[in-house]
Design a protein around this ligand. Structure first.
Ligand code: G3H
Ligand code: 13P
Ligand code: ZN
Length: 308
């Protein structure tokens, strides 16, 4: 069933587990994730980036998510990931598809981020839509930062309480050492658990971990065997994820792991079956690989068997 994140994320935060938020760009990824949620009896957040919308279209993605959500009993949240384009965030709110949006003003000054987030919160709350905001930008591989530069990117705990109060945001994405993409920890940076504790003490709203993929060795090996270049790949380990959830993370964003799973499975299928041109076969193997990885995440995050 289509759901607001309100109850789900509050429950997770209270009971020390987390909800996985998984990015989709196509039907196969959506099906794999939802099948995993049903088998694990777990709530799930399906999210689309601005790039996904550009690729597949907001209405097509939204109608697929609403259709599949009607077919299952587990709660499905539909969320806009990293809304940096204000017009697109407003379009998502007006569209009627999303139950949650992220307004990402983290590349602006504190004052500008605050004003932008406040404006989106007012629009979204009128329609009962949740808002995730971001304080302190989460870097990507392209930023290629050394340790000191990474520190400057991190969320300042001293700003958290006033930012949350003044904006009225419902969840907060924080920067504590993770990075987007398959290569995290360039330049020797590491996770800042102390910063997480300081942030947690400043607010009770759900905290969101971006750049949380673990880049698992089994998936990397399959992808490498069939041609992928993942020489610098490094992610967040399972013990690190568990420690971060115990420290107060309630929503965990995963995209890269599903990309590696999907690409590796499709490459493998096509290499081993060079005479088969049926997209249902190779895309189906990608869908299965996503499902398997999402199930593993739900077990790791403690989401399995939490739906009553
Ligand atoms: O946080 C970013 C997500 O991995 C989405 O990436 O903008 O390439 O769709 P994308
Ligand atoms: P990963 O690149 O680590 O999967 O992070 C995804 C993410 O944060 C989406 O918002
Ligand atoms: Zn992100």
């Amino acid at each position: 069933m289509l759901s607001s994140p309100a109850k789900i994320l509050k429950n997770a935060t209270q009971h020390n587990y987390a909800i996985g938020a998984f990015n989709i760009n196509n039907m196969e990824a959506l099906q794999g994730i939802v099948e995993a949620a049903v088998e694990e009896n777990a709530s799930v957040i399906i999210q689309t980036s601005q790039g996904a919308i550009e690729y597949a279209g907001m209405d097509l993605l939204g109608s697929m998510v609403h259709t599949i959500a009607k077919e299952v009993d587990v709660p499905i949240v539909f969320h806009l990931d990293h809304g940096t384009n204000v017009d697109l965030v407003k379009e998502a709110i007006a569209s009627g598809w999303y139950t949650s949006v992220m307004v990402d003003g983290s590349s602006y000054s504190y004052k500008e981020n605050l004003a932008l987030t406040k404006e989106i919160v007012a629009l979204a709350h009128e329609k009962n839509i949740w808002v995730e905001a971001e304080l302190g930008p989460i870097p990507g591989k392209e930023d290629n930062l050394d340790v000191h530069a990474r520190d400057a990117f991190m969320t300042d705990p001293a700003l958290v309480e006033s930012f949350v109060k003044e904006t009225g945001c419902d969840a907060l994405a924080i920067s504590i050492g993770t990075a987007h993409g398959v290569t995290k920890f360039l330049g020797g940076s590491k996770l800042d658990y102390k910063r997480l504790a300081l942030i947690r003490a400043q607010t009770s709203i759900p905290l969101v971990l971006h750049g949380a993929s673990s880049i698992p060795a089994n998936l990397v090996n399959i992808a490498k065997t069939y041609g992928a270049d993942l020489s610098t790949a490094k992610g967040i380990s399972s013990p690190q994820i568990r420690k971060l959830i115990a420290g107060g993370i309630g929503k965990v964003n995963i995209d890269s792991d599903l990309r590696i799973a999907f690409t590796g499975a499709v490459d493998k299928y096509m290499t081993l079956n060079p005479d088969n041109m049926d997209p249902r076969q190779y895309l189906g193997s990608g869908r299965e690989a996503i499902k398997k990885e999402v199930k593993r995440k739900m077990q790791l995050f403690g989401t399995s068997n939490t739906c009553t």
